[in-house]
Design a protein around this ligand. Structure first.
Ligand code: 15L
Length: 262
């Protein structure tokens, strides 16, 4: 790890909780933040309860920080006002504060929903235009563009991880394509904080799933080698859902249910 003073946003969430456990033994100092309360700070950890949509909070969060693992914000689709306040205006404030404070790198949890309108039969790399499937997806695409701007203009590096379905285990047909295990998610974050130069790199966050529709060749410099695979759960998933219909958006588009009209 080349960074020792890290801010983790979204620290009380499912992935944030996994990251807290794995980051604290690896860094000198971790500042963990979330809008929800967090318990049991490690000896090298500071807990700060804060709302990322409160644009005055960002300056305090990034003080003396070298890198940000940015997994915070609203984690599903919502009305545009809420998404705008937290995942667009809030994220912009965080980047502005980060740049002023001299933060070197951000690892940003982007999402499959930035490209959710691609069909599940299409193989795409990280150079394709965004095709967001929801307000949430629009904000993820915005976040990736923000990261690009701050790299091009200010030299602040970001790895945008287009995370598929990061859960303890895969349970649906779509997960056979999108699943990311917690261990592989951690490998992605650790690699993103270790590789000497990333500029702005977009990488798909999926385990080694045979049916995957994602091609990560533009991000090979990250050195990500997924160890897990949704294939190991295939028999149970096929048995539970023997005849999936392509009429159902969940089985047709990469973003699944997020692409369904509200
Ligand atoms: C996401 O981005 C969500 O945060 C998560 O809850 C899942 O819905 C995931 O996408 C997915 O599409 O499986």
């Amino acid at each position: 790890m080349i960074y020792n003073r890290i801010l983790l946003t979204g620290a009380a969430g499912l992935l944030g909780t996994e990251l807290r456990k794995r980051l604290t033994p690896k860094v000198k100092f971790l500042r963990s933040t979330d809008i929800a309360s967090m318990a049991d700070a490690a000896p090298n950890e500071e807990l700060v309860q804060a709302d990322l949509g409160d644009i005055s909070a960002a300056k305090n969060l990034v003080r003396d920080i070298e890198a940000i693992v940015h997994f915070g914000g609203i984690s599903k689709d919502a009305d545009f006002e809420s998404i705008h306040r937290v995942n667009i205006a809030g994220f912009h404030s965080l980047y502005e504060a980060a740049r002023s404070a001299g933060v070197k790198r951000v690892v940003f949890s982007s999402s499959v929903h930035a490209i959710g309108f691609y069909d599940q039969t299409q193989t795409i790399d990280s150079g394709v235009p965004a095709r967001p499937d929801s307000n949430y997806g629009v904000a993820k695409a915005f976040g990736e563009n923000l990261a690009q701007l701050f790299w091009d203009k200010h030299g602040l590096e970001t790895v945008s991880l287009r995370i598929g379905s990061c859960e303890a285990k895969p349970s649906t047909r779509r997960h056979l394509l999108t699943w990311l295990s917690f261990d592989d998610m951690w490998q992605l974050v650790e690699r993103s904080l270790t590789v000497p130069r990333v500029g702005h790199t977009i990488i798909y966050g999926a385990s080694n799933n045979r049916a995957s529709f994602w091609d990560n060749r533009f991000a090979s410099h990250i050195g990500y080698r997924p160890k897990d695979s949704a294939d190991d759960y295939q028999d149970d998933i096929f048995a539970a859902d023997p005849q999936p219909s392509r009429e159902d958006v969940v089985n047709r588009l990469q973003g699944g249910i997020f692409a369904k009209q509200a």
